[in-house]
Design a protein around this ligand. Structure first.
Ligand SMILES: [Zn+2]
Length: 206
């Protein structure tokens, strides 16, 4: 059995969406050995930092939240799809070339995984690709970009997936993971009322 850690490290220097300084996590030491025997620290960051899972509330006003997401849905059979040739949006035609099966998680491995910097022209899932995955009825979709879509008016990609109950994972690191079949485990923090939450994601290869 082999485990791939497909999570981003969280820290002050990590890439964040649009490289906005206010989106960088801030980690503060609140107690150290100069005042006692324990070491404690605190983190302040966006819910959409690094590897994270989006809940429907992110895009749908009456959408559900992270604390209602069943963890059993996040330990699941998963296909990693190599889409390294795609620039721009991943379309239905790009996905038709892969044999995606109903009920699986699909992780989209793109050239985003080749860089540790935020790229403004990152590869994203086009609305036609989301519509294709909805028709196949996948369980979830994960991307190696910090956003599953890129400045699309109306946020169609998110909405198509959320309205179909398809889970969205963003900010995966898939460099070095071959295309193939795995078991995914991606467990988000159980944050009440939240529209997203950071997660530790791994792939298990049998
Ligand atoms: Zn997000």
């Amino acid at each position: 059995m082999k485990i791939y850690d497909i999570s981003m490290a969280v820290g002050a220097g990590m890439p964040v969406y649009n490289d906005l300084p206010e989106k960088k996590p801030v980690i503060t030491v609140t107690r150290d050995r100069s005042v006692g025997e324990v070491f404690e620290s605190r983190i302040a960051m966006d819910m959409h930092t690094g590897t994270h899972i989006d809940a429907p509330l992110h895009m749908l006003p009456d959408g559900s939240t992270m604390d209602g997401m069943d963890p059993a849905r996040l330990i699941a059979p998963c296909s990693v799809l190599d889409l390294g040739h795609v620039a721009g949006g991943i379309t239905a035609a790009d996905l038709e070339a892969k044999s995606i099966r109903e009920g699986k998680f699909v992780l989209l491995k793109t050239r985003n995984s080749e860089t540790d910097e935020f790229e403004k022209d990152f590869v994203y899932l086009a609305a036609s690709g989301a519509e294709y995955l909805r028709q196949i009825r996948v369980a979830g979709v994960g991307t190696d970009a910090l956003g599953i879509e890129r400045s699309q008016p109306g946020h169609d990609t998110h909405k198509i997936l959320f309205r179909s109950g398809i889970i969205i994972i963003e900010g995966l690191r898939l460099k070095g993971v071959p295309e193939g079949e795995y078991t995914l485990a991606a467990l988000p923090l159980k944050i009440e009322g939240a529209e997203a939450a950071p997660a530790r994601a791994i792939l298990i290869e049998e």
